[in-house]
Design a protein around this ligand. Structure first.
Ligand SMILES: Cc1cc2nc3c(=O)[nH]c(=O)nc-3n(C[C@H](O)[C@H](O)[C@H](O)COP(=O)(O)OP(=O)(O)OC[C@H]3O[C@@H](n4cnc5c(N)ncnc54)[C@H](O)[C@@H]3O)c2cc1C
Length: 387
């Protein structure tokens, strides 16, 4: 087995090389941090170079909708959908429309054992539960781009939802513009390590002496702004803790275990390859209080005519209001800036395979609290010495 590139740090794991290879010579192999990278089986490889031709590292030209997007605040009128979604439930409404057109919806779901996340095709409304809600773990694409191509060749509408790098990967793989393909990406903070998530779930199961039966990363029990991780177990017990206290959410938002390419993400711009971008409308209560109910408001960015047509189809099922793009993005720096890798990341990831995940997060947290306290004491001493 040989790696596809010498320096893997720019690989976002989009899987376009894996999907395009006619010889099935590429395997996606997890590294010690738990992220998947392509490895070529030299016995099967025929040097056709297709893998490099669809790779964003070798072929840098981006496929973008160049127009400045139209921005909207949007909330599903059905409160159950809003409650069960990460923000305003707009993903579910668009998905519902596509399914009614005999289409296919493709998005991220948790595995049956809740220990991993992967992309999955849904054709029936009753399966939509699987896709609804953000899963803050890198989702495995597997062979889904090939599946998308098959559906499109059958003439069925396809709604593909994923991170900006996954949407880019899909277009790179397809290399043809299909009128029935609708794509939607996210404003993405970055994707956490699948290994971190697996360890977190396994340790929670051990602690509760039970098996997880549901996992929701965006419970709104304490409101949308103070969202929480909610786990339910087969012995009837429940775990629920907010983003500041929960080990996984707080570690994710402290950027301790994101994929290396996320710290230097090439998709940090308002122009996107996708037809629509969905996001949390952070700051909505300040700028548009009439559109905020602390149960979730989606920010919708429309990049293309197809995107506008999709939004038009859900007009009767949602409250949708045009908003100012700059105001809307002013509380969402993930739209245009990569997060910085904290100094502790390398040490954290090195220890992750063998140490207890919860203890590692706690250790890093207390160290940063001490550091912050130390900096504050120094500032006070400096001020006092000037007097
Ligand atoms: C890893 C990640 C980071 C994010 N970071 C931000 C951010 O910094 N700022 C911001 O405003 N919004 C961010 N979002 C988007 C936000 O969490 C909501 O997904 C978005 O507001 C849409 O919500 P909704 O209520 O319309 O639909 P939901 O029902 O909540 O959306 C569900 C759909 O989102 C997609 N999705 C869920 N998990 C994943 C995954 N692991 N990989 C790929 N696609 C996935 C799916 O296809 C899924 O089916 C992020 C989402 C993810 C997955």
């Amino acid at each position: 087995m040989v790696a596809l590139f010498h320096d893997k740090s720019a690989c976002n794991g989009c899987h376009s090389c894996y999907n395009i290879c006619p010889q099935k010579a590429i395997n996606m192999v997890a590294d010690e941090e738990g992220f998947l990278y392509p490895q070529i089986d030299s016995k099967k490889c025929v040097d056709c170079n297709l893998c490099r031709s669809v790779c964003s590292i070798y072929e840098k030209k981006d496929i973008l909708n160049k127009n400045r997007p139209e921005a909207y605040a949007a909330v599903a009128l059905d409160n159950t959908i809003q409650q069960k979604s990460s923000s305003g439930g707009i993903f579910s409404l668009i998905a519902g429309y596509i399914l009614r057109q005999n289409g296919v919806v493709i998005g991220a779901r948790l595995a049956d054992d809740f220990q991993s996340v992967f992309h999955y095709a849904v054709e029936k409304p009753e399966d939509m539960e699987l896709l609804r809600g953000s899963k803050y773990v890198q989702s495995e694409i597997g062979g889904i781009y090939r599946q998308v191509e098959q559906y499109l060749k059958q003439g069925r509408p396809v709604y593909f939802s994923g991170t900006p790098c996954q949407v880019d990967g899909l277009y790179r793989y397809l290399r043809t513009d299909y009128p029935e393909l609708y794509t939607q990406d996210l404003i993405c903070h970055g994707v956490p390590s699948p290994l971190a998530w697996r360890k977190y779930i396994q340790e929670k199961q051990k602690l509760y002496g039970a098996t997880v039966t549901s996992a929701f990363f965006r419970s709104k029990r304490n409101g949308w702004n103070d969202y929480a991780m909610l786990l339910q177990f087969d012995n009837g017990q429940e775990y629920c803790d907010t983003l500041r206290k929960d080990a996984f959410l707080s570690g994710f938002l402290s950027n301790n275990f994101l994929r290396p390419s996320c710290y230097n993400c090439r998709f940090k711009q308002v122009e996107r390859a996708a037809d629509i971008t969905l996001a949390d409308f952070w700051g909505v209560q300040k700028f548009y209080p009439e559109l905020s109910d602390d149960c979730g408001t989606s920010l919708v960015l429309i990049h293309s005519e197809k995107g506008q047509a999709l939004l038009n189809t859900i007009q009767s099922e949602a409250k949708i209001d045009p908003v100012d793009l700059d105001l809307a993005l002013s509380h969402n720096s993930s739209a245009f800036r990569s997060v910085k890798a904290p100094a502790v990341r390398q040490k954290f990831m090195k220890q992750l395979p063998n140490k207890n995940f919860h203890k590692l997060v706690k250790k890093v947290k207390s160290r940063s609290i001490y550091k912050r306290a130390g900096r504050m004491v120094k500032r006070i001493l400096r001020k006092l010495s000037r007097k």
